[in-house]
Design a protein. Structure first.
Lengths: 270, 272
């Protein structure tokens, strides 16, 4: 069921295992998860709560806090190099710069005491040695790109002063600020209401086309995946249930769990 | 728009500003040289030419109080500035990294907190020798502890927030995360603590001077003046009364301002 790809993937995860240490003993959170992310493609990771979606996404950048992390094994190859063997400072150069991350809750993922502008400028300057002025110009440009109107005023706003949809757009602008190769979006639309959700999805589609980015899109919502992903990875309790192209999974799901999930959106019966 | 809800805060601010002005303008506003000895008029009660009376040496108490404001306020500010800086630094490191650094620093904090603070200050000054510099050293050596503990607790709660993870995710260094993302979120709490601490330091300095461990004899320090007055408290209560009143007012003022700032920064206290 793995698919054979012609080109070399930009990100390749092989047999990723993540073990947590709990009071009750060791718990395997991810069990031999493997996937490939091709350039300019979007991989959707779906599953219910606790299936390991977010852990998969976080482990790519080695961001799982320890404790509870006990050990990680397998391979995470980014452009051929195994990120699991990277040192802290090597990882820092990848984080945000080559692989950027968007969190679910734009309210809590933006620092409440810094303006939107400060947060973008600071992110740009963390990875590029350019002047504040240049960084600000770039920030205005980015806010325009993600569809924020009157960007110059928005730069001076604090997160609580703007709407939820705009905050998520600002988060995306921050993630884009260093022109990353890969964008990992962890439930980026879940905290938004339906109309805003559609707008943010459109923004993602636009970015995929205009920037030619590779995206890992984590969600529990198969409807969202159907709109945006090329490939789909279905997780349940840390194990890969199904991994294939979106067409195959949607038209001919192999696993009963996937069939059940699909019946929920196709039949519209919850 | 009013800045503070509580009118006492404004009273506190006014008192503090008045005392700071006294400290700065002392040479111009003091009616007499605070060191001038005038034995003819020793212990003169408040009256014409000396509205707060004169002390054992016949020096003008008002002039000495005005110069004393310099000592009290300078020591208060210097000690709190240094100790908050040290406390923030160690608290940030302790809370952010955790592990053995945290364990080590917090045990040190526990040990220092277990001693009665003033007693330790007395011991330190006794070893170092009585002088204003040594008072500053002793009070700073104890002062950072409360800041370190406060900051550590705040850091532990703030560092779990998603925006801190987001900052790490974006590849920012530990120092950047601490200074840019965590510190701004706890600075208001530190300011409130600092305001209360200034009051505490002024009392400690006065206590040390009262015990003869602060400024050298003859220096117009409020605590020392209070101490000089105690020998004659039955015959000339004004000698102790006015320095005592000055200490009371300044400490009260800093506490009022501290309360006002706390109410302002803490969203949980009643907002109409």
């Amino acid at each position: 069921m793995m698919h054979s790809q012609e080109t070399k993937p930009i990100l390749e995860v092989n047999d990723l295992c993540v073990v947590f240490k709990t009071e009750a003993g060791r718990a395997t959170i991810l069990d031999k998860v493997s996937f490939k992310l091709q350039k300019n493609k979007t991989l959707g990771i779906v599953g219910e709560s606790g299936s390991g979606k977010t852990i998969t996404a976080l482990s790519v950048l080695n961001l799982i806090p320890s404790p509870p992390l006990d050990s990680m094994s397998g391979e995470i190859r980014f452009q051929g190099e195994n990120l699991l063997t990277f040192t802290k400072s090597q990882l820092r150069k990848v984080r945000g710069n080559r692989i950027a991350y968007i969190f679910q809750e734009p309210m809590t993922a933006l620092n409440p005491v810094l303006t939107i502008g400060d947060q973008i400028v600071e992110m740009i300057r963390a990875h590029n040695s350019i002047s504040k002025k240049e960084a600000r110009d770039k920030a205005v440009h980015l806010l325009t790109e993600v569809g924020i109107t009157s960007p110059i005023q928005r730069l001076k706003n604090y997160p609580h002063e703007i709407s939820g949809g705009m905050r998520q757009r600002a988060m995306i602008a921050i993630a884009l600020s260093c022109d990353p190769d890969i964008l990992i979006a962890d439930e980026p639309t879940t905290a938004l209401d339906v109309t805003i959700q559609a707008q943010v999805l459109d923004l993602f589609k636009y970015l995929i086309e205009s920037r030619g980015m590779s995206i890992i899109f984590v969600t529990h919502d198969l409807g969202v995946i159907a709109e945006i992903a090329d490939d789909i990875l279905v997780l349940q309790a840390g194990k890969t249930i199904e991994y294939d192209s979106i067409d195959k999974v949607f038209h001919d799901p192999q696993h009963p769990y996937t069939q059940k999930l699909l019946s929920l959106i196709k039949g519209g019966v919850a | 728009m009013t800045m503070f809800r509580n009118k006492w805060t404004y009273l506190g601010l006014v008192i503090i500003i008045l005392f700071i002005l006294c400290a700065i303008l002392a040479p111009w506003i003091a009616p007499e040289d605070p060191y001038k000895i005038n034995l003819v008029q020793e212990l003169a009660p408040p009256g014409e030419g000396h509205i707060m009376g004169r002390d054992i040496n016949g020096s003008d108490i008002l002039s000495r109080l005005i110069y004393g404001a310099r000592i009290s306020i300078t020591i208060g500010l210097v000690v709190v500035l240094i100790s908050s800086f040290v406390g923030i630094l160690l608290g940030l490191i302790s809370g952010y990294y955790g592990g053995w650094i945290d364990l080590l620093l917090m045990r040190l904090v526990d040990i220092l907190l277990a001693f009665p603070g003033l007693l330790l200050a007395i011991a330190l000054v006794a070893v170092l020798g009585p002088s204003i510099t040594n008072v500053v050293i002793a009070l700073t050596a104890l002062g950072w502890v409360s800041f370190a503990r406060l900051v550590r607790g705040q850091v532990i709660s703030v560092k779990e927030r998603e925006y801190v993870l987001a900052a790490k995710t974006s590849g920012q260094s530990d120092i950047r995360v601490m200074v840019l993302h965590i510190l701004p979120n706890i600075v208001s709490t530190v300011i409130v603590q600092a305001t209360f601490n200034i009051a505490g330091v002024i009392i400690s300095e006065s206590s040390l001077s009262f015990l003869g461990l602060g400024a050298p004899p003859g220096t117009p320090s409020w605590g020392a003046m209070l101490s000089e007055g105690k020998q004659v408290i039955l015959d000339a209560p004004h000698v102790s009364f006015f320095p005592g009143l000055a200490i009371l007012l300044v400490v009260l003022a800093f506490n009022f301002v501290g309360d006002g700032l706390r109410d302002k920064f803490d969203p949980k206290t009643g907002r109409e």
